[in-house]
Design a binder for this molecule. Structure first.
Ligand code: NAP
Length: 309
């Protein structure tokens, strides 16, 4: 186990972390970005991105992630495949433990993002990988000419229902009320798509099958009507939970464990910043995660300049 000294350690390699890294590196700071998984975070699950400025036509999440990674590496950002498991703050130094090494750093940027929320309904865990999925980009091709259902009424549910309709024979979009949270343009496209059938005011109560998923039981929230829908696949897009466990006890969080920051992305304790979807904020967009990352990178750089020891 090596002990490594850095000025800034960035935890998380999604758009926020990568942008923070670009800004910290350009400020000439000795920094490292730790990411144990595929670089890009939630980007890598996104089938199509149409609202990230600078691209005349849609780009896949994977492509955008790869572009960001290559840009960061081209200026010398050190991306290390390691999972940060613990952060301690001792004598004005952050001690970050990974499974292999220990990093001692003056500043840390938490950009660990968020993960898909589970519904925790009967059969959900049992059929993960046997029909239940949280990633259309990963699993849509498995459902060519099959019947799938999507749960949720946000941007992710509608975007991925549209993507799934390119493979599946039919897509049920099940949402617990009439109004959608998603952007209007997505709602219009979903409503115009002949393969997508809206199942509104319904919640999924039970997921059933044998060796694979076969059917779901749904219930109307208004009149209690219950019915069964035969499906081969069920995609859950009911929001996100922050990946903030590493910062518990270290920084302030809201009731849902999103990290509270000020406008400089500082977390109320010196030298620690948070950026992207792990942070409490109103809008979650790739461009805003990048903006958070830029601010956090600049703020951490300024903190080092003002507090070098
Ligand atoms: P979201 O916007 O929070 O939407 C979650 C959806 O799941 C809501 O429609 C919600 O219903 C429903 N839901 C939550 N709990 C449920 C439950 N227990 N049972 C049934 N339905 C439930 O989450 P998201 O779609 O994952 O998006 C996350 C963030 O990323 C959002 O801020 C979104 O705008 C952003 N995003 C943006 C883009 C883009 O701009 N292209 C793409 C992807 C994501 P209610 O509406 O009734 O609460």
């Amino acid at each position: 186990m090596a002990e490594i000294k850095k000025e800034i350690v960035i935890i998380g390699g999604g758009p926020a972390g990568l942008t923070a890294a670009i800004y910290a590196k350009r400020a000439n700071k000795d920094m490292v970005l730790l990411e144990p998984n595929l670089i890009g975070g939630q980007l890598t699950w996104s089938s199509v991105i149409e609202n990230y400025p600078g691209f005349k036509s849609a780009i896949t999440g994977m492509e955008l992630a790869q572009n960001m990674k290559e840009q960061a590496e081209s200026i010398g950002v050190n991306i290390t495949a390691a999972k940060a498991v613990k952060i301690d703050f001792i004598n004005s130094t952050y001690i970050i433990q990974t499974e292999k090494d220990t990093y001692n750093t003056q500043a840390v940027i938490i950009a660990t993002g968020a993960s898909p929320r589970k519904l925790n309904i009967s059969g959900e865990n049992e059929f993960i990988g046997k029909g239940v999925s949280y990633c259309a980009t990963c699993d849509a091709p498995l459902f060519k000419n099959k019947i799938v259902a999507v749960i949720g009424g946000g941007d992710v549910a509608l975007e991925e229902a549209l993507y799934l309709s390119e493979f599946a024979l039919k897509v049920y979009l099940i949402h617990r009320r009439q109004g959608f949270r998603a952007t209007a343009v997505l709602e219009d496209r979903v409503k115009a798509n002949k393969k997508i059938e809206l199942v509104l005011d319904f919640t999924v109560e039970v997921i059933q099958g044998d060796s694979v998923l076969r059917r779901i039981k749904v219930k109307n929230k208004i009149n209690n009507e219950a019915k069964e829908i035969k499906v081969d696949g069920l995609f859950m897009f009911v929001g996100l939970n922050p990946n903030s466990i590493i910062a518990e006890g270290l920084v302030e969080m809201d009731e849902n464990k999103f990290i509270i920051t000020d406008k400089s992305m500082a977390c109320g304790k010196k030298g620690i910043f948070a950026a992207g979807d792990v942070r409490k904020k109103e809008y979650k967009q790739i461009v805003l995660a990048c903006a958070d990352g830029a601010i956090a990178g600049l703020s951490a750089g300024r903190y080092i300049n003002e507090n070098s020891y």
